[in-house]
Design a binder for this molecule. Structure first.
Ligand code: NAD
Length: 227
């Protein structure tokens, strides 16, 4: 039997927009008027940990109430014919709940928390994190998310995976957050590449087929090419 072709898919906040989760770029006043320096950096956490914990507690509650949309379900269907790896910048779990079995989270997961001294100590988290919730090492628990200015431990694994792709797909990302955006250049020169976004970012790459549609509509179109 021939080996299945490997599809690698890079997703961003846009794939979860139709599930009701706000993106960065499209929302009026980034994430309901929060300053990202205050809620998504280590210095913000040191300055006002309650503000940061509350912000992510809200995100966790929103994700718990959201459901996967047609795009998440559509990508899972690709597994009928292909080996599929989803590399997501999203901290939600909608790919997993939509049926994708191989998901790499570049920027962490909202349903996990970690030590604020050692991000290798990670546990599940389905409730709010409050001030005084201590990890086994005695430190305050923090959300298991990668904040701006922090390193992205999964990036080299992700780059190796993109490097081996037979087909590369990008969905719903402004490609403005690095190093995630650099994954585009890791894909082989001669493989089919697709970008789905209803307001696609400018890219300097003519061999990418751009599908200017919402994630749900765009993935439905993509399935007609690939299945
Ligand atoms: P971004 O907000 O910068 O870009 C979103 C992109 O999605 C834009 O190009 C926009 O045109 C597109 N988009 C919006 N609605 C769409 C739709 N219905 N269908 C298809 N495309 C649509 O987000 P990003 O590029 O992911 O990067 C910013 C960071 O945002 C990431 O680090 C990510 O961790 C974080 N984030 C995650 C979530 C989540 O987990 N759901 C939500 C917001 C932000």
């Amino acid at each position: 039997m021939q080996d299945k072709k490997h599809i690698v898919i890079l997703t961003g906040a846009g794939i979860s927009a139709e599930s009701g989760l706000k993106t960065f770029r499209d929302s009026d006043g980034l994430w309901m008027g929060y300053d990202l320096e205050e809620v998504a950096t280590v210095s913000g956490f040191i300055k006002n940990p309650k503000l940061v914990l509350d912000f992510y507690n809200m995100r966790r509650n929103e994700v718990a109430l959201a459901s996967p949309n047609a795009a998440h379900y559509g990508l899972a269907k690709l597994e009928e014919k292909y080996k599929v790896t989803v590399i997501t910048q999203n901290i939600d779990d909608l790919h997993e709940r939509g049926g994708s079995s191989n998901v790499i989270h570049l920027h962490g997961e909202i349903f996990k928390k970690c030590s604020s001294l050692n991000q290798d100590i990670v546990v599940d988290c389905h409730n709010d994190i409050n001030i005084g919730d201590l990890c086994e090492d005695g430190s305050q628990y923090r959300p298991f998310v990668v904040w701006f200015g922090e390193s992205v431990p999964m990036i080299s694994i992700a780059a190796d995976i993109v490097n081996t792709a037979d087909i590369f797909i990008v969905i719903g990302t402004s490609l403005s957050v690095y190093p995630a955006a650099s994954l585009l250049s890791e894909a082989g020169a001669n493989i089919p590449k697709y970008l789905i976004d209803n307001n696609p970012p400018a890219i300097n790459n003519n061999d990418i087929k751009v599908i200017s549609k919402t994630a749900g509509e765009g993935v439905a179109e993509l399935l007609t090419y690939l299945l």
